[in-house]
Design a protein around this ligand. Structure first.
Ligand SMILES: N[C@@H](CCC[C@H](N)C(=O)O)C(=O)O
Length: 280
């Protein structure tokens, strides 16, 4: 099995192309390959598969072996992979995801290679039970959540995958390792959740740090940046066009008032290629 190591703002993936379907044991494979000490190391393994509805289908397995419905940084990496490897011949690409339908991507190319991609991430899901949370409400905005005697308030948004956005005074220095895992597995989130800690600097710029479901602290999260911008608009903190600044760099996010869709623009990079010798 050949792979390509790629990343979007340091959110890194082992990208596998050439399988007809998700291989049996993909969960165990991801756990093994994502190990940063004993293997390649990554936040997840991404399979680029054939699709009947789009140019390709993407399946993403988190580092803990769980499958995610969607991944913003991986969609940009997949777009770069299929364009740079001439598997498509247009800068308009479609990728099928299991949780957010078919996504439309427009790639920007320099010297024959994709440098950035603008992704139509679809409409955010705000209904509490659909995120899913245990809260039966049209929107879950600034809702209290208690962990270890500490009460946070969160806004819940699904971008195909669940997000719990919490505003803090200083997201950059927030102790992710203490609170991230407790919130990820909180009973209010029946399918666990990604957790974003955000500090709004002004109406067009927000600092965010993320604890990802199934991967822990990552340098960036595309769906998390989209969920944060949506949460900030719902709370009246941000304009609909805003930069979300992550540890690995910046994403430009736009929540369009007319079509209700969220658009994400950011880079994608290839790091190296290799071969996984023995899958037995
Ligand atoms: N890094 C991602 C999200 C990956 C999936 C996530 N860990 C989940 O389980 O939902 C992104 O860029 O969106």
């Amino acid at each position: 099995m050949n792979f390509t190591k790629m990343h979007g703002l340091g959110n890194d993936f082992i990208v596998v192309y050439g399988e007809r379907e998700l291989p049996a044991g993909a969960d165990q494979l991801a756990i093994r390959l994502c190990n940063r000490n004993f293997s390649i190391g990554a936040d997840g393994v991404v399979f680029i598969l054939p699709s009947e509805k789009a140019d390709f289908q993407m399946r993403i397995i988190n580092a803990d072996g769980s499958e995610a419905e969607q991944c913003g940084n991986a969609v940009r990496c997949v777009s770069k992979y299929v364009y740079d490897h001439k598997l498509v011949d247009s800068t308009d690409i479609t990728i099928e995801t299991i949780g957010a339908g078919v996504q439309k991507i427009e790639v920007q190319v320099k010297d024959g290679k994709v440098v950035t991609a603008r992704v139509d991430m679809g409409e955010p899901i705000l209904q509490g039970l659909q995120v899913p949370t245990t809260i039966d409400s049209d929107q879950v905005v600034q809702h209290p959540i208690e962990v270890d005697g500490m009460t946070f308030t969160f806004t819940a948004v699904s971008m195909g995958n669940p997000h719990c956005v919490i505003y803090v005074d200083d997201a950059i220095h927030f102790d992710l390792a203490v609170w991230g895992p407790k919130l990820e597995t909180h009973p209010m989130f029946p399918r666990r959740t990604n957790v974003e800690f955000a500090t709004v600097q002004n109406r067009a710029y927000t600092d965010m740090r993320v604890w990802e479901r199934g991967a822990g602290p990552t340098l960036a999260c595309g769906t998390g940046a989209c969920a944060t911008l949506v949460a900030s608009v719902l709370n009246g903190y941000s304009d609909r066009d805003s930069i979300v600044s992550l540890k690995g760099g910046e994403l430009f996010i736009s929540w369009n008032e007319t079509d209700n869709r969220v658009y994400m623009t950011g880079p994608a990079e290839e790091v190296f290629t290799g071969t996984i010798p023995d899958l037995a």
